[in-house]
Design a protein around this ligand. Sequence first.
Ligand code: BGC
Length: 746
Amino acid sequence: MRKAFANALKAVQGLTLALILNAGHLYAQNPVPVYMDDAKAIKERVEDALKRLTLKEKIAMIHAQSKFSSPGVARLGIPENWTTDGPHGIRPEVLWDEWSQAGWTNDSCIAFPALTCLAATWNKDMAMLYGKSLGEEARYRNKNILLGPGINIYRSPLNGRNFEYMGEDPFLSSKMLVPYIKGVQQNGVATCVKHFALNNSEGNRHTVNVDVDDRTLYEIYLPAFKAAVQEGGAWAIMGSYNLYKGQHCCTNEYLLNNILKKEWGFEGVVVSDWGGVHDTKQAITNGLDMEFGSWTNGLSQGKSNAYDSYYLADPYLDLINAGKVGTKELDDKVRRVLRLAFLTTMNKNRPYGSFATQEHALAARKIAQEGIVLLKNTKQVLPINLNKTKTIAVIGENAIKMMTVGGGSSSLKAQYEISPLDGIRKRVANQANIVYARGYIGDTTGNYNGVKTGQDLADKRSSAEVMAEALNVAKKADVVIFIGGLNKSDRQDAEGYDRTTLSLPYNQDKLITELAKVNKNLVVVNISGNAVAMPWVNQVPSIVQGWFLGSEAGNALAGVLMGDVNPSGKLTFTFPVKLTDNGAHALNAFPGTKTDVTYKEGVFVGYRWADTHKIKSLFPFGHGLSYTTFQYGKVTANKASISADDKITFTVTVKNIGSRAGEEVVQLYISDPKSSVARPVKELKGFEKVSLQPGEQKIVTFTVDKSALSFFDAAKHDWVAEPGKFEALIGASSADIKAKTGFLLN
Ligand code: BGC
């Protein structure tokens, strides 16, 4: 009996095996075990699939079929691609062919903090946690291409989209970006790193041609993209709207073919930004793989079957059918799209994802808390001591305004968003009295693409009345927390528009100045993704940089203000005192004209400009305080000189000499005092975030090789490290160098 059962089982197993093999046979003529992390296996499957596709199917695969999707090939079991914005959370569902909401009831996500905040954690583990969580949300929603992260360099504080990026330094962006990419992609969801390249302003983003020298391009604007490809292994990249060398970047021969694909060996898919393609021939030959979002005029073309009119649709097919172009480029594009499918939708090992979970909410809160930057705390107003505080006045529109809606394509429909006021109220509960006054009236709208905040911010009072009320409330409080800044409305940190001034809008400077007069215990929290001018800086004892913090904004902020969390974020871009302290503005090179901008400041972006011109910033790159104090020891090198193929290690001891636990970001800058080209005074080449208990000390080590010493030699088209003296500087910020040591490159 037992034997009979065993035999029957064997027979079934054999049959199953045969079926599996046969199934494989149906698809791949030479069945290979498919482990999707096996590049060779994927290559074979790609070639096999390619052979089975018709010309029409191939053309269909390389352009959109709806606002956010492209077709698969049902006949062969190849699924559709579904893209989604974006960098900070999974965008709600829109209609097939319209931007308006589809009205789903199950697409409210967890909003993660904006990438500016993630970068300000200076913590690669946070970047991994972010990517992993976001990738899980994308996967659960059946999206296989995430339109992010955004990593364009912060060139000017007026760029409307800086909040979606990772700051002014190519090294920091590169290091923070790589774990984000890996975290997302481990879910079988491709990242689509954007916007390649030189998309550093919004105003003229469709028409402006960027003129930048090769050295600047390679040293400042390309490293993060290169890291995305070579270290992160990104499966897709999005071209940018602007032009470079007179060609739109989505179809840019030099950027896409020469640099991305040939020089860096990118095997992934180049996706156009939405509506970024303008020419079929360029789209065929210049390295673009997939076209999305090309709007048609709805009259002569596009009234129906708009997608057939895409540059890479019928116009391409017609050229092939007429024998005017071959299919070599088409096959290359399709191979890449197939590869992406095998890594994502056709990867049977990928997990199922999860959506709007408590785990993701906690991740969002953790990242927000770690990214908040304590800019100033001279009178130790922070953390607020609730034992000594009876009344806290919370002032400012940003204390109540929902920030997850607005700002452009990164706008979200969040399952919930804790406002700063709610977060503070919840945290303080009945330990102190919270009184709120609005103080100023800024943006009262609350709607993006049909997602409504549901908040009614209309206020009929005059601005004088609103300010008077706030001053009155502030006067009577023990502590005043002003929460203002920008707000993701047009020209206040939003896609498609640049800011027009460094100043805070809505007369906030006046309000803050008056608040400082009536109450000495004033905390200003600036919510923004950009630097703002602070003419009142000397009158305000405590200043906090809060970013667009996502669903957990209020909880995160309250945690830092009340001292449950010791702040450990550091700035990823320079806060200039005035606009002309920034290189691009000093040289009148931002935003340029409608059609042209020259990056006249060259490599001297951010702190590189401030250092060279000895400009004291309002708050420098790398700056951020703590509620405890860190003491730095001497820095030592493991050798006095190195050769070109050698490495050198620097060691420094950091001690927490305060009374509470905290985290410090230790920064390594390299300086090349004498060079044949004009180099920045120093450049970031390492950073580590260390966690220290009171009295504890840790040894921090940094190992660098010649790449940390090199500049890009445009004539040689290569990186060059010139022999001679170098310096390693250890800093708590770019303007607070604690220790240094010299060494020689032989
Ligand atoms: C933005 C992209 C975005 C795309 C799709 C474009 O306008 O520039 O960043 O991913 O729209 O929403």
